[in-house]
Write a protein that binds this ligand. Sequence first.
Ligand code: 5AD
Length: 383
Amino acid sequence: MRDLHLSDMEERTVQAGKAEGALPDREVNGLLEGLAAGRDLSNEAWQFLIAGEYDRKLLYAKADEVRRKHYGRDVYIRGLLEISSYCKNDCLYCGIRRSNHKAQRYRLSEEEIVSCCEKGYSLGFRTFVLQGGEDAYFTTKRVAQIVSAIKGKYPDCAVTLSLGEREKKTYEAWYKAGADRYLLRHETASEAHYAKIHPPELSYRHRMQCMEDLKQIGYQTGCGFMVGSPFQSTQDLIADMEFLREFQPHMVGIGPFIPHCETPFGEYAKGSLTQTLTMAALTRLVLPKTLIPSTTALSTIHPEGRQLGLQAGANVVMPNLSPARVRGQYSLYDHKRCTGDEAAEGLETLKCRVKDAGYEVVIDRGDSRLKPDNDVKYCRKKV
Ligand code: 5AD
């Protein structure tokens, strides 16, 4: 095999792209291999890979190869509980923002949450994800109590929280109560872009601080971003990729932006399927061991989005385990899917679809293969 310096190759690749509009597959593969081997790419090479003026099947195949190397054909499932549609924030893209007075608001009780876990456990779920808006009702104590209750009943399961920006002390308390993982999408790794899609009271720096805190406490930490959100440029997506490499998250959620009609971004175009798959596949190469869900947003914009996501490097699916009465009310964007194989009861169909795509749903906690970052400082309560 030729041992090319990536910089030489990038140079020629980019020039060839400019000159002919198409590139030899071997050059593209060289770039992709370099990326998977942990090498840095120039800004031009990133632009080229993101713009996708090449056969994207090469990218998806490489991502799939890397994913199979670390996780085989396994697909991990998470039971998603949307515990509150109240949110004190006013993110410009989000359907449950506080200014949306038409949003239907609900919150689940501890009993409802635990009984959903009971149902989920019998279906084969070994991870429960408690996600919600930033709702003051879910105090430090209340959530800690719920986490302890779930872990007490199902010590073989992982609990993931996704409840937004909170104080470090709160994150610590939840970790001590037994929470294993935390999802907090960074949304965009460009400070200027962050400011364009969030209200002034939310800051990029605070979000980054929260993510640092989570990782330091010892959570398996997830970040993530939307593809095609208003004002997003290729440079912003490059910033996302560079951030991922630096932050080394355990999980990365990537989905297309989808407009919600009752938000200021209601008239903007949605993100594309291809661009989302491209970013997921590139993420798999940058972070070979990370857990990447094939998101609900992806299956909302395309009937086969979920399978296509898996074939582009994703290895997690998160069917909805919330009680039927609230399913339609957690409306982050228009037409969000919550039935069929998006629903926990549709697990058998989902298993077949996953099999057809070349993978297999497994009953497993599906922990990250990266070690947690903390030391023994935050001792867990024994459950
Ligand atoms: N389109 C796509 N994803 C969205 N989210 C919120 N609103 C939208 C939207 N309109 C995503 C954000 C958030 C996660 C819970 O849902 O990335 O972090």
